[in-house]
Design a protein around this ligand. Structure first.
Ligand SMILES: Nc1ncnc2c1ncn2[C@@H]1O[C@H](COP(=O)(O)OP(=O)(O)O)[C@@H](O)[C@H]1O
Ligand SMILES: [Mg+2]
Length: 328
């Protein structure tokens, strides 16, 4: 077992996006997509980022890949502040070290090129492989991601593979590039249910056997249990509950985490049982001027203090935290 160390760390990560102005002379308004987010990622570990659409999951990953600018706070990769990585070899290396896996594997592979082309390019460019060495590495990569027989798979075009197979090719590509941190943004949500678990198992294997760090972005808190040691539940760009996945899914404390877990389909539930209801289906948009708990408008336990100030962080148990006025 490799020694555990921090790969990626966010401190007070805050991201604002300028809104379209309603009038030419009015003040500039901002949407706060992330508000004071802190997390650590480790080698050999996965951090699940969970929450419904619009809560800031993809913004988190895009900030790590330097697509989104950070408004406040910082992101450190192996101790280096990524805002200082500006150009040249260091930026190229960072872009190779930190790879994103997207929801739609078809969109991330060029339909005009074979699988051989997709995997050969990084091996040639970054590792200078050719001839027999290249062939051995291609075969090894495809076997590592469970694509068999490699010689047949290499000849195929993306459209000749299933969604799950394409996602495996893309994961092989991250391995070919030599990724250290993999940010998987809803990587299984476009796959058939029966295929999903295989892709999650493969990522689990990459995490453990190849010592990778994963961020697993999902709206499905149930799958976080299969794959992530740590979980961070986001609501409206705020961390509402975070820490050990087992504790969060087995002993949720924040009303929003409880709602997410209650909404997970349970095959043993009868059709006569009442499903949990939301007070409001819309996730509110947060802005820098807003105060209080972002969940207050929707929370069945809301009290006046909830709309007045953000709850303090409460440690429920070692490596299990929440921000909720029920505990303040
Ligand atoms: N480039 C952008 N410009 C303006 N607003 C954005 C941009 N990217 C994301 N947002 C907004 O930030 C919020 C969080 O988005 P996102 O991180 O994509 O959510 P999620 O991935 O959790 O569904 C949403 O309200 C979204 O509309
Ligand atoms: Mg998203």
């Amino acid at each position: 077992m490799q020694e555990r160390h921090v790969t990626m760390e966010a401190r007070n990560l805050t991201i604002d996006f300028a809104k379209k102005k309603s009038s030419l002379f009015g003040p500039k308004e901002y949407l706060r997509a992330l508000n004071g987010v802190d997390f650590k990622m480790y080698n050999n570990h996965c951090l699940a980022v969970v929450g419904e659409s619009g809560c800031g999951k993809s913004t988190t990953a895009r900030a790590i890949t330097k697509i989104n600018n950070v408004s406040d706070g910082e992101i450190l990769y192996r101790g280096r502040n990524i805002s200082e990585i500006k150009a040249g070899d260091e930026l190229t290396k960072y872009r190779n070290d930190v790879q994103m896996v997207f929801q739609d594997p078809f969109g991330s592979l060029n339909p005009l090129h074979t699988i051989r082309y997709h995997l050969t390019r990084p091996l040639k460019i970054y590792y200078g492989l050719s001839g027999g060495e290249l062939e051995d590495k291609l075969e090894q990569l495809l076997l590592q991601v469970g694509l068999n027989p490699p010689k047949e798979v290499l000849k195929k075009f993306p459209h000749q593979l299933s969604g799950g197979q394409r996602q495996r090719v893309f994961l092989a590509k991250t391995l070919a590039i030599g990724a250290d941190v993999i940010l998987a943004d809803e990587p299984t949500s476009m796959l058939d249910v029966s295929i999903r678990i295989g892709v999650l198992n493969l990522m689990n294997q990459m995490k453990h056997e190849m010592n990778k760090s994963f961020m697993y972005i999902t709206h499905d808190i149930a799958t976080a249990r299969y794959f992530a040691e740590e979980t961070m539940v986001l609501y409206c760009g705020h961390m509402v509950e975070w820490g050990d996945t087992e504790a969060i899914t087995q002993n949720p404390q924040h009303p929003y985490t409880k709602l997410l877990l209650a909404a997970v389909p349970d095959p043993s539930r009868s059709i006569h049982e009442k499903l949990p209801t939301h007070r409001s289906m819309e996730t509110p948009m947060w802005s820098p001027q807003m105060k209080g708990c972002p969940y207050a408008a929707r929370c069945p336990h809301a009290k006046p203090s909830c709309t007045e100030y953000l709850p303090e962080v409460k440690e429920i148990a070692p490596n299990h935290y929440t921000r909720c006025h029920l505990f303040n």
